[in-house]
Design a protein. Structure first.
Length: 393
């Protein structure tokens, strides 16, 4: 459209529209204050300049209490400064960031919220402030925790037969050793054999101890896995979580006649995760891999590795029949399963994907018919790992 024509049309704008445009600035300020969207704004020096009604209701902290103060110092007083750290990063490196953070809740509990944090640009595109807009995730996270726990209990039910095997084997060994020791003790009491402790007796007692420890460890792991998970983030070595999860997967692997291959990279940098949640990611992926094997069995490979400069990878592979391309796009849908009836809830991979995404990670699938399947998970490094990891490079 020619410039003259555009100018002519602009002149014909009704007076009411012109007035509305002039009031746009104050209107936006009013909308920010009253909207249900969580909004906070700081200047480039980190001082709080806006904290709307929704933020005040979620946190129980009024705008007047923090206005003009250093946002990070204000939040530190409540014990959680996640959002302030992200906004300071955007102020120094003006690029948008999407994140999930913790906030102090009005009830005293920790609230969870998802934010888009962006630089606010003034004349000439120069950044003048930082704006965070988001929504409350507390109720959603509570619902996801319930689904997560339900999937855990479903997994426990599916491996019930394996649990019996895991306990019966050491019990059989214990019973045989106890009978041998009891028989010798009876004969010694009757004076028919010397009342002397021999090396074979010590070996039998050691087998009893090993069997009892195996049962104790398995029952402890099973109880820990079945209880509801916490939400505490901690920096951990991924290999430790994988090895713990694999000890719980032994019954599933045994039932599937699976040979477990572990290729765990040494000296992995730490990742910041909810330990129980990542343990469930490993457990679900290994269980799926075992159930994908043919009746004659096969191999399941679990591998950890460094993935680029800022993440750690986990790959779980099987040499089953693979998954057809028509199902690739649906595998992470709730209640979709390629397993026979009764062998899957259809929630396992959905739970895995949600956990990985909640940690800021990614999950991909590599599979084709006749060539097995591999799921690859990447998790970002912990806050204390990035520098040392880059130095090693």
């Amino acid at each position: 459209m020619p410039a003259r024509e555009r100018k002519s049309k602009a002149k014909r704008m009704p007076a009411t529209a012109v007035a509305a445009r002039r009031s746009l600035g104050p209107g936006l300020v009013q909308m920010m204050k009253e909207t249900d969207v969580l909004i906070a704004m700081t200047d480039l020096e980190g001082r709080l300049v806006a904290w709307n009604r929704a933020m005040a209701e979620l946190t129980g902290r009024a705008e007047a209490d923090g206005l003009g103060r250093k946002f990070g110092d204000w939040l530190t007083g409540f014990g959680i400064r996640d959002l302030a750290d992200i906004m300071e990063r955007v102020a120094s490196e003006p690029e948008p960031i999407r994140c999930e953070v913790r906030l102090p809740g009005a009830s005293g509990a920790i609230a969870a919220a998802a934010f888009s944090v962006i630089p606010v640009r003034g004349v000439g595109g120069v950044p003048v402030a930082v704006l965070a807009a988001g929504h409350d995730l507390t109720a959603l996270r509570a619902l996801q925790s319930q689904v997560l726990h339900a999937e855990k209990l479903a997994t426990v039910g599916q491996i019930a037969a394996g649990v019996a095997h895991e306990i019966n084997n050491p019990l059989t060994s214990i019973q045989m050793c106890v009978e041998a020791v009891f028989r010798k003790a009876t004969l010694a009491t009757e004076g028919r054999v010397p009342n002397v402790i021999e090396a074979t007796d010590i070996a039998r007692l050691d087998k009893i101890r090993e069997g009892a420890e195996r049962i104790r460890k398995f029952s402890r792991d099973l109880t820990a896995y079945a209880r509801p998970s916490g939400r505490d983030m901690e920096e951990v070595n991924l290999n430790d979580v994988v090895e713990h999860a694999l000890s719980f997967c032994e019954p599933v692997l045994f039932d599937a006649k699976a040979v477990l291959v572990q290729e765990l990279a040494p000296d992995l940098p730490l990742v910041r995760v909810v330990r129980d949640h990542i343990m469930q990611v490993v457990t679900n992926l290994v269980k799926n891999a075992a159930q994908a094997l043919p009746e004659a069995g096969g191999s399941v490979t679990v591998r950890t590795f460094r993935s680029g400069r800022a993440s750690v990878g986990l790959a779980v592979s099987d040499d089953g029949e693979g998954i057809g391309p028509e199902d690739h796009g649906r595998l992470f849908e709730p209640f979709f399963t390629t397993k026979p009836a009764g062998r899957g809830t259809g929630l396992g991979l959905t739970v895995v994907r949600n956990i990985v995404f909640a940690h800021g990670g990614q999950i991909t699938l590599q599979s084709k018919l006749g060539s097995g399947t591999t799921f690859v998970v990447s998790l970002p490094l912990g806050t204390g790992s990035t520098e040392s990891f880059n130095q090693e490079k």
